[in-house]
Write a new protein. Sequence first.
Length: 649
Amino acid sequence: MDAPGKHQPRIPASAKLPEFTPKAVILGILLSVALAGANAYLGLFAGMTVSASIPAAVISMALLRAFSKASILENNLVQTAASAGESLAAGVIFTLPALVILGYWSHFDYWETTMLAGLGGVIGVLFTIPLRRSLIVESQLRFPEGVATAEVLTSGEEGGSAVKYLAWAAAIGAVFKFGEAGLLLWTATVERARNLGGWLLYGGSNLSPALVAVGYIVGLNIAVLVFSGGAISWLIGIPLWLHAHGTGAVPEGLGAADAANWIWSNYIRYLGIGAMVVGGLWALINLRGSLLTGIKSGLAIYRRVPGGTALPAVPRTERDTPMPAVMAAIVLSVIPIFFVYEYVTGMFGVSVTMAVLMLIAGFLFSTVAAYMAGLVGSSNNPISGVTIATILSASLLLLAMVGRESTVGAAAAIFIGAVVACAAAIGGDNMQDLKAGYILGSTPWKQQLAQVLGTVTAAFVMAPVLTLLLKGYGIGAPTPEHPNPLAAPQASLMASVAHGVFEGGLPWGLAGIGAVIAVGIIVFDEFQRARGASFRAPVLAVAVGIYLPLELSVPIFFGGIIAFLADRARGKQDAATRSAGERNGLLFASGLITGEALVGILLAIPLVAFQKNIFALTGGATFAWPGMILLLGVMFFLHRSAVARKVAG
């Protein structure tokens, strides 16, 4: 297992392997388009998307072999371009459907949707380029899915027992996901809640092997912090809220568990939003030196070499896109976005303000998303949280400028949030791909270009896909024509936030409390740093736990415990055996993520084609015990693999 921080790439900088080839680019673009469509439906239907880096890597290895022997760098470039489609879909479906829900759009305008999505995603790539050295080369961030992707590609290249080991774990993850989401043999979560004397007590866990694997990869420290954030919201915040407001404040007819989820969705998650805003600002403050160094070094290379080409002394594996090109591309991207804003509002001053706010928020939250991707991975990156923070800020500013009577105020805030959401989603995904490339020895600027190509091509199909889903299913509230529409939970929340600012009624106090909690965590972490403690408390790790449902934090915590126990067990082994156990554990965890992600995406295809789950054996299970038993077995084998004495590969 590769430790975070500096290391030697598996493919040296002096090696000249095929990388940015026509077949890799074409396959990456095609997969980007396909994954964008599949995840658009999945996100509107279930409120979440599945990271596509690992599935894209597996598909690439299978397809490119049909043409000729493909290099590992070509396969990495394919997954880099392909994963852009899934990430862009997340940014789009979390925001733009809110315009339909608000009644501002009756359909998804093709060019507005394409420009906001494509240019927002490109800005996300550009904003994270100066962060690559700081977050990937110099930091101790894990980037779990990036590490897992690198292991998948390496195992595919090496063949032998490593591939078999990975394949068995992937099969376990795939069968588990198919049994739950395809056959509907058990529920995806187990949860219990009780109302005891006005105090609502809740506990629950998602039964996902992939989340356990993420916890294993990030380690116990981060897993504990994410779980601690969840405990603040669900074990403290929700009981206190209900005790203060009484059961009469909750809609009638809700069970205890549904009541806990309702309180979290409408109120307590704003604690996480406040914490993430403060945590994002703190992350920028801490990263300011590395960020400026990255910009300066990029400019220095450009000045010293005519035409801006990289210096021969700069290793291939360290060549980013030249900084002047990055800055010029940002300016060129903002101009058409400004004209979209001008078309929407018809007010020049407001449009300028919107563009400036979009740039500031885009840079801030692309950085935050990149950092959080390193902590908990792209699949668990709360992009909707940073988008809500953007829409809150934008709505308040627009409220001051256009007043409550404006017919475009709420919609204008969504337009700003859409660009920021796409930028943040792509920014986090971009860093995962660059982490995989850093481990393998890829060329950064080629990956960054592939990310741009994947983003732009996926943007061109988003409007038709969304229009198809709107006409076929409906989005948001039920109507006589569509009695069972796609819920679009994040977009519905964005619409509520934007509308609520102009109509009143948002829980500002809770966001403020979350900000205060974040300040306290920062103080604690600085104290730990000063005393040289091994246990640190990066505020964004706690903030993401506050914002996420507790059911997602629990399996991540279990994975962290397994990593800790396995590390203790390996401490008694010799160096060679210990290294083998580390590799085996990472391969098994990577396989679990691979299998679950592949099936999660594939299941979306028949749902779109037939508008129903054609695999379901039941109308939907109401019990979780088969999944609980199977997940315990998966956790046992994960630990066993991590301390195994046999070398894989």
